[in-house]
Design a protein around this ligand. Structure first.
Ligand SMILES: [Zn+2]
Length: 429
């Protein structure tokens, strides 16, 4: 945790002009996703900003001058985070954001968790810290700063909500007047500290049923419920299974033109999905096939329930969560859109682009225990055919009963006692 009010803790940083180390001046600035410390270099007298080690900035620190002429950051891995941050200080945000305070709490000492981010997956994983901190410090006053759209993910009435009403993609540009608004709130407290918001927390300690207000799939019901398979659609990341289309897709991202070719990629994805479900239907004629996700482009074959939308809101989130919690498997391409589906479904099949290999499992919400983790959670290559994916699906659906019964017998239920949806009474012994 970092002390921020009434006195900001001084942390050292490296001057982006002369690379010598200096301590912070004690002044901080709430940019949006990031909190910055103001520095003056002891050696060359240069004024610069340094990111506080919070969230992704703890992994990829950034120091930079206000005009952006001098900057230091991880060129190999930190560019995605550093460049929008530096730009946001050069081009001040124009759009006014409404910031609202909900569930005001009493208390003299506040612990603030900044979950602002332009990526939904990042917001969601940052919010996990709120629940872990509440468990660790049950009597502390907690506040969470987050995009208003994600307020529904806070289901604890004892947590203050500081909601910034901006579309997620705008948050990268910085939040106008956030700094003064946040500092005004600090005046209600004697002391404020900032959580360092680790982005890789142990999600096995989390109760996704509580966070998402939807009970995850109960594995004891796997064989009893009608088979439901759900594909999570995206119209900016695709299952293409074609070297040529993959090359075109990468080129359209690099050189522009994705909007022109989107229809083609959606057509191919819908075609592969249709073939996948046809193959499964031959073996499981009564299975339900549902497609959720953003973007309605791409005509789906008959027999598929199309629950895709162009705009997402709370009612859509809740409707989808009901679908995921009843899905034997969710299927989709790697990305943060898989976090909630995989937190609620029994299992998943993820189509993993090769450039995402270092990020495997980052977008998986719930991990089943022991051998079941691998049996129910499968990763396949981006060039996998519908035939191969269907074989994985059938292996899970048809083989689960045998694995589950044996696994429970051998574990004596011990592995399951902390897993939601599984009880000691499920143990056939
Ligand atoms: Zn310097």
């Amino acid at each position: 945790m970092i002390d921020i009010y009434p006195n900001a803790q001084s942390l050292s940083a490296i001057c982006p002009r002369c690379s010598s180390t200096s301590e912070g001046s004690g002044k901080v600035y709430f940019q949006g996703t990031h909190v910055l410390a103001e520095h003056r270099c002891n050696d060359c007298g240069f004024d610069y900003y340094a990111s506080l080690p919070i969230g992704h900035a703890a992994l990829y620190p950034v120091t930079f001058s206000q005009d952006g002429k001098y900057a230091q950051y991880n060129l190999e891995k930190g560019t995605w985070m550093a460049l929008p941050l530096i730009k946001s200080l050069q081009e001040k945000p124009e759009r006014e954001a409404e910031i609202n305070l909900f569930q005001v709490q009493k208390g003299r000492e506040l612990l603030l968790v900044n979950c602002l981010d332009s990526c939904f997956g990042h917001v969601f994983t940052k919010i996990w810290n709120v629940y872990l901190l509440k468990k660790k410090f049950p009597t502390n006053t907690l506040a969470v700063l987050l995009p208003a759209r994600c307020s529904w993910l806070i289901n604890d009435e004892m947590v203050e909500i500081w909601a910034v009403d901006l579309p997620l993609q705008e948050i990268d540009k910085g939040v106008k007047h956030l700094d003064s608004w946040v500092k005004e709130q600090f005046k209600r407290f004697d002391r404020v500290t900032l959580s360092v918001v680790p982005v890789h927390v142990d999600q096995e300690q989390l109760n996704f049923g509580k966070i998402l207000q939807a009970k995850p799939f109960d594995l004891a019901d796997f064989g009893r419920l009608p088979v439901q398979l759900t594909f999570i659609w995206r119209n900016d990341r695709f299952w293409l299974n074609s070297r040529l289309l993959d090359l075109l897709h990468k080129a359209s991202i690099k050189f522009g033109g994705l909007s022109l070719l989107r229809g083609l990629f959606c057509y191919q994805q819908a075609r592969l999905m249709g073939r996948l479900f046809q193959k499964i239907r031959k073996v499981l004629p009564d299975a339900n096939f549902i497609v959720t996700g953003l973007g309605k482009q791409g005509r789906l074959g008959s027999g598929l329930q199309d629950r895709r939308v162009e705009q997402i809101d709370l009612s859509v989130e809740r409707e989808w969560n009901e679908i995921y919690r009843q899905s034997h498997l969710v299927i989709g391409v790697h990305g943060s859109h898989m976090l909630i589906p995989t937190a609620l479904s029994a299992g998943f099949i993820e189509i993993l682009p090769r450039h995402k290999l270092p990020h495997i499992t980052e977008d998986i919400g719930r991990h089943q225990p022991g051998r079941l983790a691998h049996f129910l959670g499968r990763f396949v290559d981006e060039f996998s055919s519908p035939h191969l994916v269907s074989r994985h699906v059938l292996a899970v659906v048809k083989g689960f009963g045998f694995i589950y019964t044996n696994f429970i017998k051998q574990s004596n239920g011990n592995l399951f006692k902390n897993i939601q949806g599984l009880k000691e009474s499920d143990n056939p012994n």
